[in-house]
Design a binder for this molecule. Structure first.
Ligand SMILES: Cc1ncc(COP(=O)(O)O)c(C=O)c1O
Length: 379
């Protein structure tokens, strides 16, 4: 085979279809979020505003987050020591997982190197744990969920986006005794709309199905403690497995699931690909903690969350879960002053480019390309 020609042909196909990937060389400047410098291919530089970032609150630059990472680096060095299966599980992993479990009011959590891996590994592993499992998946679920559902093999049903009537039809058509799982998102990354969490939980209860939600774009942004839309809507206790990321509102990278201790233990034991570097765990815990509202911001009781989530810090300070106010991103001690980006995400909590009118996006592939364009448009 002429391998070079095959490479050329495959790349040309992408050019012809307008799907060839181009990266923009961006250098962020600590303390100037969301400003950055764009290094052009010819070596020249230009100041830009990154309107399409997922570090919604600038937490990737927060002093407490950076300090937590420096502390771990100074205390333990840079190496992870191996995979978590051998010598790589550290106190940082354990503390972060306890923090995340507590955030979501679950018994346990399991960290992965990204939410993509967490979705893929968990959904594909559930097939092994529950033989004959039928997965009902929203048509606009993220690629990582699609991949997990696909890779696990077995029966799957795709319901029309946010269409609970269609979901009901599909559930009714299957064997009532078959194990079932409904997989959906709280905020859809492509369209920025919300999933009907309560209605899906109602159906799951009626048909004896497990629920799996992706809260990647919602954690740190919604809910009295920033645990997501399910927390905001009082539905978090009805979700069996919550997936989220530490790479967006929490500012760096890494993903996780939160669930019952038994569920997490089974996934931990069967899933390929769960792992996370200890320094990342350390800094993420720093970020997670400082994204919670300040105790002084909780002084005036405003709303009782439907699922009380005891917070050790609250207990120490004499504040109960009923003291939580609705979550307000600008109170979350972001880096510097709240700016237009934080303002925008505070209202939309989707990727900022999703705020543009739908008619500017003739098709989904065009939408995929807009983040890069917006980075330049902000210049
Ligand atoms: C809905 C959704 N789920 C999962 C992911 C994967 O998150 P991560 O960046 O942590 O891999 C993304 C990434 O953008 C996403 O939009």
């Amino acid at each position: 085979m002429d391998y070079e020609a095959a490479l050329d042909a495959s790349l040309q196909r992408l050019h012809d279809e307008g799907r060839y990937r181009t990266f923009i060389d961006i250098e962020r400047r600590k303390g100037h979020y969301p400003q950055a410098v764009w290094r052009r291919p010819d070596g020249t530089e230009r100041d830009i505003t990154v309107w399409c970032g997922n570090d919604y609150l600038g937490m990737g630059q927060h002093p407490e987050v950076l300090a937590a990472m420096h502390e771990a680096l100074d205390a333990t060095g840079a190496g992870s020591g191996g995979t978590r299966n051998i010598s790589g599980t550290t106190v940082y992993h354990k503390r972060l997982e306890a923090e995340l479990a507590d955030l979501h009011g679950k018994e346990a959590a399991l960290v992965f190197s990204s939410a993509y891996i967490a979705n893929d590994a968990t959904l594909s592993t559930l097939r092994t744990i529950f033989p004959g499992l039928i997965i009902y998946s929203d048509a606009l679920n993220h690629a990582s969920m699609i991949e997990g559902v696909r890779r696990g093999g077995g029966a799957k049903r795709i319901f029309r986006h946010n269409d609970v009537a269609h979901l009901r039809e599909l559930l009714e058509a299957d064997d009532p005794a078959a194990p079932k799982l409904i997989a959906f998102e709280s905020i859809y990354s492509m369209d920025g709309d919300f999933g009907p969490i309560r209605e899906i939980c109602d159906l799951a209860q009626e048909f004896g199905a497990l629920t799996y939600i992706d809260e990647v774009h919602a954690v740190g942004m919604y809910g009295p403690r920033g645990a997501g839309v399910a927390e905001r809507d009082g539905q978090m206790h009805r979700i069996d497995i919550i997936n989220a990321t530490l790479a967006k509102a929490y500012g760096v990278f890494g993903g996780y699931i939160a669930a019952s201790a038994r569920m997490v233990d089974a996934i931990r034991s069967y899933a390929p690909g769960f792992d996370l570097h200890h320094l990342a765990a350390a800094r993420r815990r720093g970020r997670c903690r400082c994204l919670r509202p300040h105790p002084q911001d909780r002084a005036a009781p405003a709303r009782r969350p439907a699922t009380p989530c005891p917070d050790p810090e609250d207990a120490a300070q004499g504040a109960g879960p009923a003291d939580h106010r609705p979550w307000q991103p600008h109170r979350a001690r972001p880096c510097g002053q709240p700016g237009p980006l934080q303002d925008a995400v505070g209202h939309a909590a989707g990727t900022v480019w999703n705020l543009r009118p739908a008619d500017q996006f003739p098709d989904r592939s065009a939408r995929h390309r807009t983040p890069a364009l917006h980075a330049l448009a902000g210049a």
